[in-house]
Design a protein. Structure first.
Ligand SMILES: N[C@@H](CCC(=O)N[C@@H](CS)C(=O)NCC(=O)O)C(=O)O
Length: 230
């Protein structure tokens, strides 16, 4: 049965940009599960009210409703044990939790101020007021103050991803010879940037850039086919 997934999009239905939704899209592709994505906008809270919360991703798998990217990934791993494993073993599954939190507490907080004004410019017009109000409250200043990004911010981003770079200097993927959920968790944030921002975050041919390109090619170029900046 086809899994339905509510997926945050911008002004165009093919501009999927949520890092949390990209985690799940990559996981579903790895698991070779059929998915129907339902384009969703920030202000369409009623469309996902059945999930009991207000954020995407949300998946509907038969009569199962699951929200939160990490919960969904673990649901898929448990529910579809005969499909390719997202982790390979329970130890790797436990370690992937560290990657999830490193992404959310180190990488995304540095990346977000760099690209948040680009997000604002690419979201659907119906979402603009809501996005401005909620994000300005969260960040404590007008979105316009994020318009001009300093070189030092990009350099800081490049510095904080040093552990990723050093790892990818020695092996093609975080998971080794082949990608797994650890790669998807971090790639999702890079796909977030690609889908919404023309800013150059990395030098071409550095290990993270090479990995990013390989990730874009996975699953018949699934992520590359989604609207974004190359
Ligand atoms: N912990 C959640 C976070 C989900 C999340 O923050 N989703 C954002 C989109 S990237 C959202 O739906 N935001 C709705 C809003 O801000 O109203 C997960 O991992 O799925």
């Amino acid at each position: 049965m086809t899994i339905k997934m509510y997926d945050l999009v911008g002004a165009e239905n093919n501009r999927a940009f949520s890092p949390f939704c990209w985690r799940v899209r990559m996981a579903l592709a790895h698991k070779q599960l059929e998915v129907e994505t339902i384009p969703w906008h920030f202000t369409e809270k009623e469309a996902i009210a059945f999930s009991g919360q207000e954020k995407v991703p949300v998946i509907v798998d038969g009569n199962q409703v699951v929200s939160d990217s990490w919960q969904i990934i673990n649901y898929l791993e448990k529910t579809y044990p005969n499909q390719p494993s997202l982790f390979g073993c329970s130890q790797a599954q436990a370690q992937a939790l560290f990657i999830k939190y490193w992404d959310e507490t180190v990488l995304l907080p540095v990346l977000l101020p760099i690209i948040i004004f680009d997000v604002f410019e690419h979201i659907h017009p119906q979402d603009k007021t809501y996005f401005r109000e909620t994000r300005e409250k969260l960040l404590g200043k007008p979105l316009e103050e994020f318009k001009d990004v300093k070189d030092s911010q990009i350099q800081n981003f490049q510095t904080i991803i040093t552990p990723l770079r050093e790892t990818l200097n020695q092996q093609p993927f975080l998971a080794g010879e082949k990608p797994n959920c650890a790669d998807y968790l971090l790639f999702a944030s890079f796909q977030f940037a690609r889908s919404i921002s023309p800013k150059k975050l990395l030098e071409m041919n550095e290990p993270v850039y090479i990995w990013w390109e390989k990730m874009l090619d996975l699953f018949d170029g699934m992520a590359r086919k989604s609207i974004g900046y190359d």
